[in-house]
Design a binder for this molecule. Structure first.
Ligand SMILES: NC(=O)c1ccc[n+]([C@@H]2O[C@H](COP(=O)([O-])OP(=O)(O)OC[C@H]3O[C@@H](n4cnc5c(N)ncnc54)[C@H](O)[C@@H]3O)[C@@H](O)[C@H]2O)c1
Length: 362
């Protein structure tokens, strides 16, 4: 098992990465040795891995089980009320711990509930998708959605422990693997150079080997923690993690989150925002071509998304990171060197449209 020590503000905790590490795990036992632990568990994961999970949960006599139907539309505060009432019905106290086992939907939702119950109780995060391991469970953002947009209501809650058990990834469909890979590639392009070198040597099949994937998870988590530790509240450098997401979110919202995965949207966003970086005279043509080639290597290339460029631009104007009327991009100065905040030049609309046209199928 590999471990990373996270130091985020006053919080110190460990992120563990390895195969079948949830079983017989002393650190997990220690964190969950409280009056009660409320296990918020994905129903889908329970069906897929019930034998493993039942053996694991059997170790904990102080548990109360709360199965969650892990759909994005359930990430809302009305559904949360049911869980919060359940916590009270089972007499959870301020010393109790929420134990989240599932993808990013479960982690965000369970974290939101934990941050509210009795004005905030502790959480242990056991992410079970690649995206949740390298992104959603790392950094302490927890939230639910409103009709007006995703993740609009939430808070910051750093966990007591994060356990990335790669054994569970064996059942993850390829489209979900690609969602996690899109975030790993994003981290590689904005500074996680160790992962960039590994990614170059593999493809969508070979990257899924246990040892390769766990090394990428390790590097990616370490990188995200290094960024978050400098800016927990997302007021400065943490915004670099938004690379590829200004365009990506606009595509998802234009398509009303149907017929497209988050990974596909982010991959298109990375391509478009790399092209903008090149057209603004920042990134070299050679580096921009390397990025396109890397995404192609993982079957996340150009032209797979059919969307009108002007409509995507229209949706980018609603991005919550914008300041006034100007769209806030994260651009690349070179591979591994992002620009953010005041150092990013204003990008003219015709540059954005041209990059979108090159990336999308209209
Ligand atoms: N808090 C943050 O910083 C942050 C960052 C990124 C994303 N998010 C949030 O994360 C969510 C997306 O997370 P996600 O990509 O993990 O999606 P998800 O939680 O919807 O999981 C994707 C699918 O995989 C299934 N699944 C989970 N584990 C599995 C396994 N081991 N084997 C097979 N199937 C499995 C789930 O049941 C689901 O059908 C979004 O709600 C997003 O807003 C949060």
């Amino acid at each position: 098992m590999k471990e990373i020590e996270a130091v985020i503000g006053a919080n110190r905790y460990t992120v563990q990465i390895g195969h079948r590490i949830m079983m017989n795990n002393d650190e997990l036992r220690k964190k969950l040795s409280v009056d009660k632990c409320a296990v918020v568990l994905s129903n889908h994961l329970y069906d897929l891995h019930w034998e493993y999970l039942m053996e694991l949960l059997g170790e904990y006599t102080n548990k109360e089980l709360f199965l969650m139907q892990d759909l994005e539309e359930n990430k809302n505060y009305l559904y949360a009320e049911k869980f919060l009432q359940g916590f009270a019905d089972k007499n959870l106290t301020r010393d109790s711990v929420v134990w989240s086992i599932g993808g990013g939907v479960v982690g965000d939702f369970a974290g939101y509930c934990a941050s509210l119950y009795m004005r905030g109780i502790n959480i242990v995060q056991c992410p079970t998708t690649l995206l949740a391991m390298v992104d959603a469970s790392i950094g302490g953002k927890v939230a639910v959605n409103l009709r007006s947009g995703k993740n609009l209501v939430g808070s910051f809650l750093q966990p007591l422990l994060v356990t990335c058990d790669t054994f569970l990834l064996s059942t993850l469909p390829e489209k979900e693997i690609k969602c996690g890979l899109a975030e790993i590639i994003k981290h590689a392009l904005i500074g996680d150079t160790a992962s960039f070198d590994i990614l170059l040597k593999h493809n969508l099949v070979s990257v899924q080997k246990e040892d390769v994937l766990s090394e990428l998870i390790y590097n990616s988590v370490k990188f995200k923690l290094s960024v978050v530790s400098q800016d927990e509240r997302d007021v400065s450098i943490r915004s670099i993690l938004n690379f590829g997401h200004t365009v990506g979110h606009a595509i998802e919202s234009l398509m009303e989150y149907k017929g497209i995965t988050h990974g596909e949207a982010v991959a298109a966003g990375i391509l478009a925002e790399s092209r903008i970086s090149k057209d603004m005279g920042l990134l070299s043509l050679a580096d921009q071509e390397k990025i396109t080639a890397l995404l192609n290597q993982y079957d996340m290339g150009d032209g797979s998304i059919s969307c009108d460029a002007k409509s995507v631009l229209g949706h980018m104007k609603f991005d919550k990171k914008n300041v006034g009327n100007s769209i806030r991009f994260i651009l690349l100065k070179e591979l591994g060197v992002p620009l953010y905040g005041g150092s990013v030049p204003n990008v003219p609309n015709d540059v954005i449209i041209s990059a979108l046209k090159e990336t999308l199928r209209e």
